[in-house]
Design a binder for this molecule. Structure first.
Ligand code: ADP
Ligand code: MG
Length: 390
């Protein structure tokens, strides 16, 4: 894979703003890769896309597209020469042009026969054959979205930039279009940057996610890495729900209300917080448990429990909705993940690993007579490391 799009230390400020809208952003994207730029409203996502497209120029840094520097302190390539396609939230289709003519729009300088062949190809690819003579107002939201995709892809751009492309669709259609657009991009092999403030959308569509907060990119990683091992507290809080459970560190051991965890590397911090996502624990009614259920909220497939831990923290825990524990019940909380990320006041400082003498619960649960358990690795021992104790 070659680096197809490269932003290197790109900064952009608007007049009268206290801080830059885009601050020292570096991002490398491979050919054919889909990267989601995820962040809250106003964090600089659209400005980043506009810098890549050439509608804004950076005050600092370098932007490279397909090996060519398109913007730095001395060069600036006009948008129409960058080979960038765009799909906007409102699709921006031409209302007075048919589907066919909308798609052909970016190909007007090509010869008629090549243009027609390319339009046919896109109409076929996006399943718009029945609709090619209709006008945009005669189409559903999903169909308009397909026309916008086809129009942007027709000139074979180096990169397709999509800015909140699904926000005008209702929930069900949005779900369907995410899968459809991802499949289309992969089929064509287009490099794409998808801007969204919707984390589920980013996770479903992207090969990698770039989390942007207040003008800076905080972490670029695969969606599951971002979710379970966020680089710092701000990313952890922005992406998904979870609870920071305090632990006291002695050497390579972190001791918490959820038990004792071995750290993969020694942390200089004496106190860390372990990040627990809502599905990272199981809870069981136990009169001797030292945690108790504060509240239970029915969510359909799941209950969301708030569980009071002795350390003072309330843990968010999602359980299948057939696991029904009443508020007030004493419970035992068991961590069901082996690798947890540990944080100091700002960033991730360590990762937990299973202690050598204790097998991960998933393995010990499976242990039968044919799998000889290592000494101390029976279910009881595994439990004692994670069972709450006073
Ligand atoms: P996002 O797309 O993540 O919601 P934007 O990139 O649109 O965020 O905006 C980032 C910041 O830059 C915001 O504070 C916004 O008000 C500001 N901003 C965006 N465009 C302009 C502009 N043309 N002039 C002045 N400020 C702008
Ligand atoms: Mg925006």
């Amino acid at each position: 894979m070659d680096q197809h799009i490269e932003l290197s230390n790109v900064t952009k400020s608007f007049p009268d703003a206290a801080t830059p809208a885009v601050r020292n952003v570096s991002l490398s994207i491979d050919r054919g890769e889909i990267v989601a730029l995820l962040g809250p409203s106003g964090c600089g996502k659209t400005t980043t896309l506009r810098l890549i497209a050439g509608f804004e120029s950076p005050e600092d840094g370098t932007i490279t597209i397909a090996g060519r520097v398109v913007a730095n302190h001395q060069a600036f390539l006009q948008p129409e020469h960058r080979g960038v396609g765009m799909v906007f939230q409102d699709y921006a289709l031409f209302p007075h042009l048919t589907v066919r003519d909308n798609i052909a729009f970016g190909l007007r300088r090509r010869e008629r026969s090549t243009r027609n062949a390319r339009v046919d190809e896109l109409i076929e690819l996006t399943g718009l054959s029945e609709f090619e003579d209709r006008y945009p107002h005669q189409l559903s939201g999903g169909q308009q979205q397909r026309v916008a995709m086809a129009r942007a892809l027709a000139p074979e751009p180096h990169v397709l930039l999509l800015d909140e492309p699904f926000s005008n669709l209702d929930t069900e259609l949005r779900f369907q279009m995410r899968a459809e657009v991802r499949n289309l991009l992969k089929q064509v092999g287009t490099t794409a940057i998808l801007v969204t403030h919707d984390q589920q959308e980013a996770m479903m569509m992207a090969d990698r996610m770039a989390v942007m907060l207040e003008g800076s990119i905080e972490q670029v990683d695969a969606p599951d890495v971002i979710y379970h091992y966020p680089a710092n507290r701000a990313v952890a809080k922005f992406v998904g729900q979870g609870t920071f459970v305090p632990a006291t560190v002695a050497g390579s051991v972190a001791d918490s209300d959820l038990g004792t965890f071995e750290l993969e590397r020694n942390s200089a911090a004496e106190k860390v917080d372990l990040l627990l996502r809502p599905r990272d624990v199981t809870i069981e009614v136990d009169p001797d448990g030292i945690a108790y259920v504060v509240s239970r909220t029915f969510q359909g497939a799941e209950f969301t429990y708030l569980v009071q831990l002795p350390c003072g923290v309330q843990l968010i825990s999602n359980q299948p909705s057939h696991v029904d524990v009443s508020p007030g019940a004493r419970v035992r909380v068991r961590c069901n993940r082996v690798r947890l990320a540990a944080y100091d006041n700002y960033a991730q400082v360590a990762m937990t690993s299973p202690p050598p003498e204790v097998m991960p619960p998933s393995l010990s649960d499976l242990s039968t007579s044919s799998i000889a358990p290592a000494p101390g690795s029976d279910a009881g021992a595994a439990e004692s490391t994670s069972r709450l104790s006073d």
